[in-house]
Design a protein around this ligand. Structure first.
Ligand code: RIB
Length: 309
């Protein structure tokens, strides 16, 4: 990582339109909910914010619409001190997401319309190759087109930048992508889809981890919701317990908080196990607060939790 620093993230921003209710309506039904909010979301954007709040210098590569949501995104990145490489286009809108959060459990269901970010091409990525090469850690997901993710991973890998692929949302993938990844970070259902192993606990995550390593990944970091995460490499398999720090009010973006925290910790040279534990602490705090990006703690708070755990 000599001469490299910080975290570069390729991904999408969404305006999250967050509806809270006891349950989702069935088709043809109208239901009264209990609250509505608009917040900052998008997996890549949430991960970038999480890395920035976790102390990393962050560059975020994306595409936005020239509209109110896009302007709000840019204002947030300025507040968070992030560098943003995102064209604001006039022929498409900024991404948006319908988010249903269930009262009581904090569980969610999401529909994403990526808008302008759904048109990111390998050529767009190429224009920002320098930012990817200069980063210590590069992170992407699967909300923007997969060819763009592959090109960015290729650039990062060739430059010796540590690569993280968060395989969310679930999508059919050619196995060749895993050879570009130092870390693949699926949740249980994504790991199940990719490997064919039904992942329900640490033991089954280990089996899925073996499959991911065979497919070419350097390491698998499988998130297991309330059961924590598993960091699985050829030489070690370590269970990272969940940090339970209060009542769970909203799990939206918990995986993003985890990935961003993990990337930030790796970028400053922490060992993978310590970085995964850092990511778990960030996620543990985030689920006790509403919203996606809004729920991510800052470095001091995460460090304080780690110090007393
Ligand atoms: O991972 C949570 C995120 O997924 C939300 O913020 C939503 O925008 C979708 O991208």
């Amino acid at each position: 990582m000599a001469g490299k620093s910080g975290v570069c993230v390729l991904g999408i921003y969404n305006a999250d339109l967050i509806f809270k209710a006891d349950r989702q309506p069935i088709m043809g039904e109208t239901l009264l909910g209990s609250s509505f909010e608009i917040g900052a979301g998008g997996k890549g954007s949430n991960q970038a914010v999480s890395a920035a709040r976790s102390g990393a210098k962050v560059t975020f590569i994306s595409k936005l619409g020239k509209d109110n949501f896009g302007d709000a995104a840019l204002a947030m990145y300025a507040r968070e001190g992030m560098t943003v490489l995102a064209e604001q286009v006039t022929d498409n809108s900024t991404g948006a997401a319908y988010i249903f959060v269930q009262n009581g459990t904090g569980s969610n269901a999401i529909i994403v319309v990526p808008g302008a970010a759904g048109t990111i091409t390998p050529a767009d990525v190429e224009r920002h190759a320098g930012a990817i090469r200069n980063a210590a850690v590069f992170v992407t997901q699967l909300e923007q087109p997969i060819p763009a993710a592959i090109r960015a991973l290729e650039i990062a890998k060739a430059a010796g930048t540590t690569t993280i692929l968060n395989t969310a949302p679930a999508a059919p993938l050619d196995d060749a992508i895993f050879g570009l990844c130092d870390y693949v970070t699926p949740n249980e259902s994504e790991a199940t889809g990719i490997t064919g192993v039904a992942v329900t606990d640490v033991a089954t995550a280990r089996k899925a981890g073996d499959v991911l390593l065979k497919k070419g990944a350097g390491a698998a970091l499988i998130t297991l919701g309330g059961q924590g995460a598993l960091l699985h490499t050829a030489s070690a398999s370590v269970h990272i317990p969940v940090f339970s720090v209060g009542k769970v009010v909203d799990t939206t973006g918990a995986g993003d908080a985890f990935n961003g925290g993990f990337a930030a910790a790796l970028s400053r040279g922490e060992k993978p196990e310590a970085a995964a534990r850092f990511g778990a602490a960030v996620a543990g705090i985030s689920v006790t607060r509403p919203g996606a990006a809004a729920s991510v703690p800052r470095l001091e708070e995460t460090r304080a939790l780690l110090a007393r755990s």
